[in-house]
Design a protein around this ligand. Structure first.
Ligand SMILES: Cc1cc2nc3c(=O)[nH]c(=O)nc-3n(C[C@H](O)[C@H](O)[C@H](O)COP(=O)(O)OP(=O)(O)OC[C@H]3O[C@@H](n4cnc5c(N)ncnc54)[C@H](O)[C@@H]3O)c2cc1C
Length: 376
């Protein structure tokens, strides 16, 4: 089987590794527009449960990724009424995006897979002789946009504005802090991904963006505003920028996952909101789903692509529903800043309906103990 993969992000590289290591495809070409070792962003969070699942399918890559991960033991959640530190019983971790790419690309090289950098693809016709063309080219996928009506692409631009920064951190905690600020509400979500560095996501509700005059500010002024508002957290350390542009999130989904021999995975297929922290895991799980389907029907590609969609869709729909609930919660958080902090955290935990009481007790026992103590 000859497979051409457009994009060289986590989903693309993981798919290439799976197809080659299992002997499903003998010819694999990966085409990435960015130079080698260049990437946007800082670190991404990966939950331990996600790693366990992917581990079974590709232990070599996953072991190397785990060695590069930085595990986060606790998270502070704050609103105007106070703050509480959740101690995690299950380990969650984060990793530098560049490390994910470096580990997976090294594994590709070890398996003899060709990864071509600095090759932006705008016209797919030169790949007509490939059995499968995979769009692993992220949120602005050209594979998807070339056949958008056939894929049944749906887009939904959300209200809140957000940005992604780095920061040399003074503490190892991760945190979610929501504050009233000049009659508006602003928030940061930060987590350590190395012993020295935090990823920081800054966010404001749409109305606050205008009320605070952020629409007229430069990026430097917006950054300065956040540095000042959260100075007690950052302790004077500046935000570090890397293509750190403020945007509104565009949720994307597709009615159909393949058109002919063109198939989508990762952010090109569905774009989960960053507040559920699963984009990278979902992208890698898509790669696994597609690799499994192609391995099961290597001589019948249409059947394999149909099976990929049929098997993957129900779970993906559930996650996308969680995404909608999560960004809707963030879009209305100003209503909750006056809640007692433990009630606020419970509300946050309940926002996607995926954290029943027994799971919550297992995941953050000290929070449940504090609630019980307060009630008694
Ligand atoms: C603010 C923010 C915070 C996030 N935090 C987290 C987090 O904590 N945890 C998490 O798991 N996820 C997080 N994500 C999401 C995560 O970054 C993505 O979900 C994940 O990277 C998707 O992987 P992918 O392989 O599908 O696409 P991408 O990682 O986007 O990779 C696509 C690749 O394709 C290349 N490409 C695009 N077009 C072309 C073309 N025409 N020709 C050649 N190459 C092309 C791009 O250069 C890119 O390298 C966050 C995202 C944002 C915006």
């Amino acid at each position: 089987m000859k497979v051409c993969i457009i994009g060289g992000g986590p989903s693309a590289l993981f798919l290439a590794v799976l197809l080659k290591s299992r002997g499903t495809a003998d010819e694999i070409l990966v085409l990435e527009q960015n130079p080698k070792d260049a990437t946007y962003g800082f670190g991404v969070a990966l939950a331990e449960s996600a790693i366990d699942k992917l581990n079974e399918s590709e232990p070599t890559s996953m072991k190397a990724l785990q060695e590069k991960m930085y595990f986060i033991p606790s998270q502070v959640i704050e609103n105007d009424q106070g703050a509480f530190t959740l101690d995690f019983a299950a380990q969650g971790g984060a990793i530098t995006r560049l490390d994910i790419l470096t580990v997976l690309e090294q594994r590709c090289r070890d398996l003899g897979i060709e990864v071509v950098h600095e090759r932006r693809i705008d016209d797919l016709s030169e790949f007509d002789d490939y059995d499968v063309i995979v769009g692993a080219d992220g949120a602005n996928s050209v594979v998807r946009s070339a056949n958008e009506s056939e894929f049944g692409t749906q887009r939904n631009t959300r209200g809140n504005y957000f940005v992604w920064w780095g920061c040399a951190h003074p503490k190892h905690e991760s945190g979610l802090r929501f504050r009233s600020y000049k009659n508006s509400s602003i928030m940061i979500h930060y987590y350590a991904y190395t012993p020295e560095m935090w990823t920081v996501v800054g966010e404001v509700e749409e109305q606050c963006w205008f009320d605070l005059g952020m629409d007229k500010m430069t990026n430097a002024e917006r950054k300065a505003m956040f540095e000042e508002a959260f100075d007690d957290v950052f302790e004077g350390r500046p935000m570090i920028e890397n293509k750190s542009n403020w945007n509104q999130f565009e949720a994307i989904k597709n009615e159909r996952w393949s058109v002919g021999n063109r198939v989508l995975i990762g952010d090109a297929l569905y774009r989960a909101h960053f507040s559920i922290g699963s984009g990278t895991r979902l992208a890698m799980e898509d790669a696994l789903g597609l690799a499994d389907a192609l391995a099961a029907s290597p001589d019948d590609i249409p059947a394999a692509l149909a099976a990929y969609e049929e098997k993957g869709k129900p779970k993906k729909e559930k996650l996308m529903a969680a995404t909608v609930q999560s960004y809707t919660w963030y879009e209305n958080v100003h209503e909750k800043l006056g809640m007692p902090v433990l009630d606020f955290i419970q509300d946050y935990m309940d926002r996607t309906g995926r954290m029943p009481a027994d799971r919550l007790k297992m995941f953050v026992p000290n929070f449940v103990a504090a609630q019980e103590q307060q009630a008694s």
